[in-house]
Design a protein around this ligand. Sequence first.
Ligand SMILES: [Zn+2]
Length: 267
Amino acid sequence: MRYYDAHLHLQDTRLAPHRSRLLEGLRASGVERLVTNGTHPDDWDAVAELAAAHPGWIWPAYGVHPWRVGQEPAGWEAPLRARLEADPRASVGEIGLDKWIEGHDLERQQQVFRRQLEIACEFARPVTIHCLHAWGPLLETLQAFGELPPGVLLHSPGASAEVVRQLAEMGCYFSVSGYFGDMRKKKYREALAAFPLDRLLIETDAPDMLGPDACCAEQISDEAGQPLNSPLNLPQIYAMVAEARGLRLKALALQVEENFSRWIGMY
Ligand SMILES: [Zn+2]
């Protein structure tokens, strides 16, 4: 079986004590590609180092996460352009809108988000979008933007079936995290059923988004003993999605491989 993790943060410093064991485990379990997403210029070096150490296996994404908006240094666009220029595999992420986080400044988030969409278009690169409690503003921003970058991925989107339908019409992709394994959460259950099969991707978002034990059995902790999600949970998330969508695991894995390739390309 070949697995693809469409979204995670391997560069996260909380994973440092575990990283070499995790990378070995990921190779051994058949993980073919991992898209590791930056969150702010201060972690882009670490993303680039991982991608350079594992060319063609770990793919880099560079972006300013909505939680870090307000902390971006002046002129952050130039280093983003330089990263994209330097690596044809690099995409733009994690970017987006978030009205859930305390003290958010939606207007500023929208400015930074739009700038990053423009830069992605300039370089014809895919993007990975985070959206929490901001589906209305996200749809408005994307609709008003004009021609979108090639390959727009909504990561772990707990959106209504209607929002999923509208995003799918715009050509978006959707990646399912371990959170969707919590079937008590109606919004995740409904969203999982609504994703078009030919736009479906799978992710761990490790070290974040630790889902229920049924699909996130492998747990690790940070230095303070706080539980973290492990990227080794990827095959379990595939199994959860296969069951929820009534597919054989092998058929799902082949479909996700095809979708991944269409979303971000293969080298
Ligand atoms: Zn993420």
